[in-house]
Design a binder for this molecule. Structure first.
Ligand SMILES: Cc1cc2nc3c(=O)[nH]c(=O)nc-3n(C[C@H](O)[C@H](O)[C@H](O)COP(=O)(O)O)c2cc1C
Length: 177
């Protein structure tokens, strides 16, 4: 079982990164910081002769790592009550892979969300977007752990986590340990 953490925050050592590391502290995993990669906005080529792909950026490289993983942990801070642009652009590009018969099925997706302003209630749209996208792509959505934090070391110094964090962690551990 290969475990992949995808950090959608531009802060490489911020709260989302720390949440991912604490969530996966005893589980071997790879990490992709989306901010390290060049990703173009998705194009919609459906009404043209152009193939639904864009080989001018790092998307295919990212998807090689994605393809090798069974357990995918998506992490994002809340930006304007939604996921970051980094994660949204990456997920938008899944349309290229979907169009080209990439096999998403059998992958399991776990969502980590960090926000400052009542993210448990105000950032529910992130879970909805990821859950419905997983359903469309036949991936298994395993759930969300949402944490309230703002300063860059808040999660690193957090003494305890909400129950959703432990429940989601247990789900992952039944798969990989
Ligand atoms: C551009 C921007 C927009 C933000 N919008 C929200 C928001 O709408 N709701 C919220 O709860 N927090 C918001 N925040 C706060 C971040 O979610 C919070 O600081 C988070 O802990 C950052 O995680 P990171 O360290 O992984 O980047 C925003 C932060 C930034 C920089």
């Amino acid at each position: 079982m290969t475990v992949l953490f995808i950090n959608g925050s531009p802060r490489q050592h911020g709260n989302t990164a720390a949440l991912g590391e604490r969530f996966l502290h005893d589980i071997p995993h790879d990490t992709l910081n989306l901010g390290d990669y060049h990703l173009n906005f998705v194009q919609d080529f459906r009404d043209t002769d152009h193939p639904q792909m864009d080989a001018t950026d790092d998307y295919e490289q990212l998807m090689k790592t994605f393809a090798a993983a069974d357990e995918i942990i998506l992490g994002t801070p809340v930006y304007w009550y939604a996921m970051t642009g980094q994660l949204k652009v990456f997920m938008d590009r899944w349309f290229d892979s979907y169009t080209n018969d990439f096999d998403f099925s059998h992958k399991r997706v776990y969502l980590l969300v960090v926000g400052a302003d009542q993210p448990q209630t105000k950032a529910l749209g992130i879970t909805q977007a990821v859950q419905h996208s997983c359903e469309w792509l036949q991936m298994h959505f395993e759930g969300t752990a949402t944490v309230t934090a703002d300063g860059p070391d808040d999660v690193r110094n957090m003494a305890d986590f909400p129950s959703s964090f432990w429940q989601l962690g247990s789900r992952l551990r039944t798969r990989v340990i």
